[in-house]
Design a protein around this ligand. Structure first.
Ligand SMILES: CC(C)(COP(=O)(O)OP(=O)(O)OC[C@H]1O[C@@H](n2cnc3c(N)ncnc32)[C@H](O)[C@@H]1OP(=O)(O)O)[C@@H](O)C(=O)NCCC(=O)NCCS
Length: 180
């Protein structure tokens, strides 16, 4: 399992699904801020790809995030839009509300960078996040991501258009120990 200083990224377990559904996806505001589409409920037992992981699907790798200490489930992490020609991918993550603001997010980004650059051999990683998402922006910048632009009014979120920030990191600029 890929590990950082605080978190490990492992496969999705069946037991993770009800917790992630209740704490991340049933929360309309959180879901609307994190997803690019409209919120819809996920039924128990659903094979919705946000929860049930197809290990063999090309183009994305989904992890459950656990604390190295105690093995508690913290949330989800994804490398998506993996493009093997341009050797690039996007990063996404979401932590359970009680697990935010404790340095886990910064460490998850560090582990995803290691996975993307070292395990997959990618040369560019990208993050899109709402411009008011201070914790995500900081987690990315702590790992060396730089702001490459603002996508004005690009996200319809709970009744208004919000700006998104596009951040990128190239393998040649990545410093594996940036956050330790
Ligand atoms: C975004 C998210 C993954 C960040 O993870 P986190 O564990 O909360 O972030 P960290 O504790 O590693 O904090 C990173 C930095 O942001 C700062 N920060 C954390 N929460 C903050 C907040 N609410 N407001 C301002 N700054 C904040 C921290 O102080 C830290 O800064 P530092 O490195 O200067 O000390 C997490 O908050 C989350 O899951 N949010 C909801 C889902 C989401 O927004 N996902 C991203 C969609 S693109």
């Amino acid at each position: 399992m890929p590990r950082g200083s605080k978190v490990g990224l492992r496969a999705r377990h069946e037991d993770d699904i009800p917790i992630l559904r209740a704490e991340l996806y049933d929360d309309v505001v959180n879901s609307s801020r994190s997803a690019s589409g409209p919120w819809r409920p996920i039924a128990p037992g659903s094979k919705d790809p946000r929860l049930a992981v197809d290990d063999l699907k090309e183009g994305s790798v989904k992890f459950s995030v656990v604390a190295l200490e105690g093995d508690t489930l913290l949330g989800t992490a994804t490398l998506w839009g993996i493009d093997n020609h341009n050797r690039s991918a996007h990063i996404g993550l979401g932590l359970r509300p009680s697990c935010r603001g404790k340095g886990y997010g910064t460490d998850v980004v560090a582990v995803l960078c290691h996975y993307g650059f070292v395990v997959l051999g990618l040369q560019r990683l990208q993050i899109e996040t709402l411009s008011d998402n201070a914790a995500m922006l900081r987690s990315a910048e702590r790992n060396g991501f730089v702001r490459e632009g603002v996508l004005r009014s690009s996200a319809w979120v709970m009744g208004e258009f919000l700006d998104e920030v596009l951040l990128g990191l190239l393998a040649k600029d990545w410093k594996p120990d940036a956050t330790s």
